[in-house]
Design a protein around this ligand. Sequence first.
Ligand code: ASP
Ligand code: MG
Length: 460
Amino acid sequence: MKVMKFGGSSITSGEDMKTVAQIVQQENRADRVVVVLSAMKGITDLLISGAEKAECGDLQYRDNIEDIKKAHLGAINDLFPSKAQSEIIPQIATMLNEIEELLHGIKLVKECSIKSLDLIMSFGERLSCTLLTAYLNSIGCKAELIDARDMIITNRQFGSAKVLFDQTYKKIPPLLSKAEGIPVVTGFIASTENGITTTLGRNGSDYTASLIGAGIKADCIEIWKDVDGVMSCDPKLVKTAFVISELTYQEAMELSYFGAEVLHPYTMIPAIEKGIRIRIKNVGNPQAPGSVIADIDKRHTTQITGISCIDSVAILNIEGSTMIGVPGMTAHILAILAKAYINIVMISQASSENSICLVLKESEAMKAVTILNDELSNEIKSKGIAGLGLKKDMIIIAIVGENMRGTPGISGKLFGVLGEEGINVYAIAQGSSERNISLVTSKKDKDAALIALHKSFLED
Ligand code: ASP
Ligand code: MG
């Protein structure tokens, strides 16, 4: 059995859906498959901005509904001959009416909670799955729509709900085995124990696929994207970047946390737990082998597996004698930021304890400075903290790979390459897992740094 997830950015029209259906039909001959599908491209965004407009009393939310309608009716036109359209159109129309009623209600009360937004967003996946199921059946490939809300159970943290694994894993197998034909499951959406709609966070359909794979102990979870696989570096900047054919779960996690954006970060959790392989495939190039993410022993021949990069970060440096030998100072600073919902991307502190260097998203940096100046005003007045320094226009570059563990000389080479290019490094972090060395450098050096590092670690 295998789970095949198709999504978002690769489905813009009925033609794309036909391609997906062809792949599903083909694969279903060899294996039993379960399909997970996310909303058509741009639909979730339209639902969200429609809700935002309605909340402000802006009647243009109706344009959003119109755009959603156009996308789906357009797809219906591509997929079905006119005679067959009369069966599917009413199903879509019912859902569009429900969206209209919900947004009208929001316009009246001028309030849209995240709970309501989850229900509104759920229509994206329900619409796309309705179309694909009907199309598969129309080409003689028996399929049944399965609403993930009947099996993926979460807590009430709307917007990015946490899965209740025991209940979810209990519900998945019986529901899927009852399905007549290929189950087509709505990605992204779930429900609370009481049946209230929740979502798993943006791009959560990958995670849905992985939960289902774990629930049915599938042999493989295939995530079909519009790229050939996990790339060794951003191919837009580094022309010689290549598809990494095999990588471990941990490497994939390091790379996706670090902006490679191949997978929703939670996707790996159920797969690791049940030891299920994940394969990344390209809808536009189904013959290509893609990337396999699994518990792989065989080490790569290269010293590192890939390079990733996070743009638009800032360094916040906090310096002062208050911090030396005082337990709890770092905790205090981090707690202040946590209370303000400011996320810290990277931390480094030297053993002199004289300064702490935090790396934050640039968009949150000013807010962080203001809040810290305020909350630490006593320490600043008494000169225990000398001051806060902010450096903008920074990026994080990380080299990632299992082979780095226990191999001397990697960081020497890393900084040697950057040194030769005349690139300054502002901060460094390496966890004891040794799978990742991250450094902060200036945005203007991004291209040169990535090209030089890729060349010396992955090409030579
Ligand atoms: N449709 C949802 C989103 O756009 C989920 C997904 O794409 O996986 O975030
Ligand atoms: Mg998506």
